[in-house]
Write a protein that binds this ligand. Structure first.
Ligand code: BG6
Length: 487
């Protein structure tokens, strides 16, 4: 990919965790690959924890280098990457400091990107300060999640940012949309005539979407305890995956065609009746346990977490989509920390044949199932029935595997790299539009409210397991179970 789009990439929160782990490594990878970033493009880091450029570069050397390329760092590329970086130390809460920022970037080339890798409480002050010095015109602004705490606070941020930037200038990141396998899901669904006719209620019995993590809350206990899994993972990543799995074929891959279709799904989610929450939603919290042979502590004893916290670290939901394609098909969503494995996958369970001419073993052996594994190893597995060798007609479940890294050995791109290149090149399709975000908040809100008001604590589960038993029980009521044995 060649580009001549020059840019000035202003990174607020330049010494934050996200900049260190994701944003700067992604920019480096794009730089190292050659041809993806215009040579003249500049990065301007804004931070308080360094006094000048030399100190910032030292910080980048010490903290960012270990997060780039698994295959080691090419020192020449690293040096030329550092040469792109400018630095400015300003107080983000003081609008007058932004005059200095304007002076630094005034002579720099290309489209201006303002990346807000800061806490959400700074989003609005930063946007207002940028406007006060005339830096909002023709610029792009990137907002990290969490964007708000609920519908009201998300609207307040969007309203305030919307007074300063047009919707076409706003890039709301959901890094799951930048993952290669999520792109592949679009290719699978809309590039092949094979699956699309079957991708509907007549042939699909149920769908599961899981994002399971082995990690706990790490150093983010304080943030997480005020957030919980519903806000951290469901409102955004899981509902975005769901909308891509369930959406109608878009007219094209342009930004609004894709986002319009996703929005239709989000608006068609069956509203949750607060009286039914116990039947369609399970919340859990991890207790101590063992992960890969190591003892790990309970959530309530993690640093930054209140000992009597009722924040959920696990959520399982039954979701329905009220439209012709999906009426009556349950979508089961699940996410959690400190689970038995790190895996993200989509499981499409197809219906069994209506009548088996092949005898009872055909019905016993199960039906067709498509498993789209997003991580850790991107694979697609199609389960079919086949005859067992030998006498008689006994069927068994077998599978066809497609491992992407065996087909495409090169060219894999991390989510942040793809998304940052999209921002620089002005491609909005993989960013969340305001109406999508609102629809997602609107849908989760009854659950948030009910859980907040509830006196019942989240259900405990031991670290290293698949969450509370109630999650499996919910599926059992629909005659199905989570796919767990394949990991
Ligand atoms: C983030 C959440 O958005 O996604 C984290 O805030 C979570 O809590 C992370 O760990 C998971 O992302 P990935 O790409 O590692 O699956």
């Amino acid at each position: 990919m060649q580009t001549d789009s020059s840019f000035t990439f202003v990174l607020f929160g330049g010494t934050g965790d996200l900049s260190m782990r994701k944003i700067l490594p992604a920019l480096f990878e794009a730089h190292r690959a050659g041809g993806m970033l215009a040579d003249s493009g500049k990065i301007v880091a804004v931070a308080r924890h360094a006094s000048d450029r030399a100190e910032y570069i030292q910080w980048v050397n010490e903290h960012v280098k270990s997060h780039v390329s698994k295959n080691g760092v090419d020192e020449t590329a690293w040096a030329s990457f550092l040469a792109r970086i400018e630095f400015i130390n300003i107080d983000l809460s003081k609008a007058e400091d932004f005059v200095q920022l304007r002076e630094v970037i005034e002579g720099l080339p290309g489209i201006r990107v303002f990346y807000l890798a800061t806490g959400p409480s700074l989003f609005v002050p930063i946007c207002r300060a940028l406007a006060s010095v005339g830096l909002n015109d023709n610029a792009r602004i990137v907002l990290e999640k969490p964007l708000g705490y609920d519908l009201k606070s998300s609207n307040a941020i969007n309203d305030a940012v919307g007074e300063i930037f047009n919707e076409e200038q706003i890039y709301r990141i959901d890094h799951y949309l930048g993952k290669e396998p999520v792109q592949n899901l679009l290719a699978l669904r809309f590039g092949n005539a094979l699956f699309e006719p079957l991708w509907r209620r007549e042939w699909v019995e149920s769908i599961q979407i899981t994002i399971a993590e082995e990690l706990g809350v790490e150093a983010r206990g304080d943030f997480y305890d005020n957030t919980g899994a519903l806000r951290d993972m469901v409102q955004n990543h899981l509902l975005q995956l769901l909308s891509i799995v369930a959406m109608e074929p878009p007219h094209s891959m342009d930004s609004d065609s894709v986002r319009d279709e996703k929005l239709r799904v989000l608006r068609a989610l069956k509203p949750i009746d607060p009286r039914d929450i116990g039947k369609v939603a399970v919340r859990g919290q991890y207790h101590s346990g063992v992960i890969r042979g190591n003892a790990v502590p309970a959530y309530a004893t993690e640093p930054g977490v209140k000992p009597d916290s009722s924040t959920e670290t696990f959520v399982a939901l039954k979701v329905e989509i009220e439209n012709w394609r999906w009426a009556g098909v349950p979508f089961f969503l699940r996410t959690g920390k400190r689970l038995a494995d790190r895996v993200a996958e989509i499981v499409v369970n197809f219906r069994a044949v209506p009548h088996s001419a092949l005898g009872a073993s055909a019905l016993r052996a199960g039906a067709n199932r498509l498993v789209i594994r997003l991580q850790p190893n991107e694979t697609i597995r199609l389960y079919c029935l086949a005859k067992q060798p030998g006498e008689g007609m006994n069927l068994a479940s077998v599978h066809l595997d497609l491992a992407f890294d065996q087909f495409f050995r090169e060219g894999q791109m991390e989510a942040y790299q793809r998304l940052l290149l999209d921002v620089i090149n002005g491609r909005l399709a993989l960013f969340v539009r305001r109406d999508e975000q609102e629809a997602a908040w609107r849908w989760v809100e009854p659950i948030l409210n009910e859980w907040k008001a509830s006196i019942k604590p989240p259900k405990p589960y031991a670290s290293g397991t698949w969450g509370p038993a109630a999650s499996s029980a919910m599926l059992a009521q629909h005659g199905t179970c989570w796919l767990e044995e394949e990991n």
